[in-house]
Design a protein around this ligand. Structure first.
Ligand code: ADP
Ligand code: MG
Length: 638
């Protein structure tokens, strides 16, 4: 590689290495056993269509970009049997030297690593996901052993040729007479001969690319004459009208699905399709999809709305913050409105009142459709399994739709398998129960066994088990559902006495129950012995089988929340006040009442550590804990 060129002289052909992840990906693509190789055409046509969209938008502000190459966009397919090439060309925005280098070789898309990971172990598996991971161009190497890309960027004079056999390296060089846009020449493998056939291409384009708004034209095949002397003619293979502008009744489920694959860079079936026209103050048409599987970047904090905005069929942007709220970021599709100004910059659209109105309309329609589909639990639960954790962000972000969102939310429960709605929960509330009880933690199965639930379980009171990080945030900000306060079990021990059910008739003064004075004395002794390790010690009705538990002081953040904050290096997590709650009816606690001296201190320390472990808190002094435990065991085992 030489770097001795000056601006005036043409740059020599440059030999470059693919970025490591790209090279790995290519190796995988080339050697995959994946049989559905025809998707390469969908990917290349999709790229050409995107390139035309981009130029159409750029030319709004800079019309002279269209001076050479015209304003009529076309994608051409050309079969050259003698040269064994299949060529896909467009007159879109094109790429300059730097863009060829970075887009097609040296910059791995954010999804590449994840894609490789998802495939590890099973190469035949999901190569079909390639489009979703933004690596569509490389699928050309499934059918070609060499790929040449000739491209000239709109508005620039110098064109380039990018060339590679997909084996680790590629070359870039200036090239004469390159038309505006991009021309992808695939030197077809012998095994891919099937694609050198008009009939086959016609079917593939119809199947995957019919919805593409730019015409896909098959050039006449040289030397091929059909009926007698009739000269072969160029043939447009797709409908070439934007799918969302066609009447619903004329669109098949299959066509919706292919369009979703194109706009959503997806390969799954859409779980939901919503196609509607809004009329009134602002008019727009929208075609939206909810995926059925989890997009790989669902929890990427930088994720933006994946809904594309068109103004009068001109693509404007797919990176608009304002088009979908964050909690619906997984929705794919398009919105097209003639009421937005065409010549508006993307920046100006970021905070546009019209756009906000459109967003309001889209959210309303989506939530309405979700509510309708929630009627069928089996079907709806599939959606909630995938997107529930994201949807719950809406509970504290979208005040306006909070009630609808609360009705759409589903939870794990201490009493029922599967998902439970708040409506179901309220319908099952016990006599005297006024609140909705929740417990937060990392794992539903572990929460179910938490000592904190013992009192609730004994009375048959249902508790919602909240295990998504987001739960800590919305639960405290929402506060009520259907006029019932949403409370954590940690701070609700006092409620138990008021609720009927289970062992409600339990007598306060059963034989052998400790006297009030003895309990008071024990609490004092425990406080003294444990010192600053706990903020308080108190009794609770919550516990049945367990002697103690550790909770956060009522009103503050929960211990689970504090742990999450600490994990993220947030010092707020350190400030939480911990309270040791004791079960005065437990045999162990009663024994403590008559113990004193160092034996008492050891037992108190062990109890606190036990409470910490059960709660998921670390033991503060593991060596001391082990020593005390050994000593106790020695005594017990005699
Ligand atoms: P994606 O389409 O998801 O971005 P691809 O691997 O299909 O990923 O394409 C990579 C990039 O290469 C595109 O984002 C685009 O910038 C550029 N590109 C590909 N094909 C063309 C084309 N025909 N015209 C202009 N740019 C293109
Ligand atoms: Mg692509």
């Amino acid at each position: 590689m030489t770097e001795t060129t000056t601006k005036a002289k043409p740059q020599p052909e440059e030999n470059m290495q693919f970025q490591a992840e790209v090279a790995k990906l290519l190796d995988l693509v080339v050697h995959s056993l994946y049989s559905n190789t025809e998707i390469f055409l969908r990917e290349l046509i999709s790229n050409s269509s995107d390139a035309c969209d981009k130029l159409r938008y750029a030319a709004i502000g800079e019309p002279k970009l269209l001076d050479d190459g015209g304003a009529t966009y076309e994608i051409h397919l050309n079969i050259d049997r003698a040269a064994k090439t299949l060529t896909i060309s467009d007159n879109g925005i094109g790429m300059n030297r730097d863009e060829l280098i970075s887009n097609l070789g040296t910059i791995a898309k954010s999804g590449t690593g994840e894609f490789l990971k998802s495939l590890s172990g099973d190469k035949s598996k999901d190569v079909s996901l390639i489009g979703q991971f933004g690596v569509g161009f490389y699928s050309s190497f499934m059918v070609a052993d060499k790929v040449d890309v000739y491209s000239r960027k709109a508005g620039e004079t110098i064109g380039h040729r990018w060339s590679s056999d997909g084996k680790g390296a590629f070359t870039v060089a200036e090239h004469d007479n390159v038309a505006r846009g991009a021309k992808i020449v695939l030197h077809m493998k012998d095994s891919a001969d099937e694609f050198m056939d008009a009939f086959r291409l016609r079917r593939i384009v119809k199947t995957y690319s019919d919805h593409i708004a730019v015409p896909v034209i098959l050039d006449p095949i040289l030397g091929e004459k059909k009926d007698g002397d009739e000269e072969p003619k160029a043939e447009t293979l797709n409908s070439a009208s934007a799918l969302w502008t066609r009447p619903k009744s004329e669109i098949t489920a299959e066509q919706y699905k292919e369009f979703y694959h194109h706009v959503g860079h997806a390969f799954d079936d859409p779980w939901h399709t919503l196609h509607f026209k809004a009329e009134g103050a602002i008019e727009y048409t929208s075609l939206l999809f909810i995926p059925s599987t989890k997009p790989f970047d669902l929890f990427n904090p930088e994720r933006k709305s994946a809904v594309k905005l068109y103004v009068n069929r001109v693509f404007i942007s797919d990176q608009l913050e304002g088009l979908m709220p964050r909690y619906l970021c997984f929705v794919r599709g398009v919105v097209d409105s003639a009421d937005l100004p065409l010549n508006v910059s993307r920046e100006m659209l970021q905070d546009n009142p019209l756009l906000r109105k459109i967003q309001g309309g889209l959210v309303k329609r989506l939530l309405k459709d979700l509510a309708a589909r929630a009627e069928k639990a089996d079907d709806y639960n599939k959606f909630w399994d995938v997107f529930g954790p994201v949807m719950k962000e809406g509970l504290y972000e979208d005040f306006e739709h909070r009630d609808e969102l609360l009705n759409l939310a589903r939870f794990r429960s201490s009493l029922h398998e599967g998902w439970v709605s708040l409506k179901d929960y309220v319908a099952r509330m016990k006599d005297g129960q006024e609140a909705i009880y929740t417990i937060t933690g990392d794992d539903a199965a572990m929460l179910k066994n938490s000592p904190q639930l013992e009192g609730f379980v004994a009375k048959g009171i249902e508790v919602l088990l909240l295990t998504d990080p987001i739960d800590e945030f919305w639960a405290s900000s929402v506060g009520v559902y259907d006029k019932k306060p949403i409370k954590t079990v940690a701070g609700s021990g006092d409620d138990l006495g008021k609720i009927k059910g289970g062992d409600a008739d339990e007598k306060k003064d059963e034989p052998g129950a400790a006297s009030e004075q003895a309990i008071k004395d024990l609490i004092e002794s425990l406080k003294k012995s444990l010192g600053a390790a706990v903020a308080d010690v108190r009794t609770t009705d919550k516990l049945k089988g367990s002697p103690v538990c550790l909770v956060a002081d009522t009103g503050g953040m929960s211990l689970h929340m504090a742990r999450m904050l600490k994990q993220h290096g947030d010092s707020q997590g350190l400030s939480v006040r911990k309270v040791l709650e004791i079960n005065a009816k437990h045999a162990l606690i009663k024994r403590l009442m008559v113990l004193s001296g160092s034996g008492f201190d050891d037992a108190a320390a062990l109890l606190l550590d036990q409470a910490r472990i059960v709660e998921g808190e670390p033991v503060s002094d593991p060596v001391g804990f082990a020593k005390r435990l050994s000593a106790m065991m020695e005594k017990a085992l005699g």
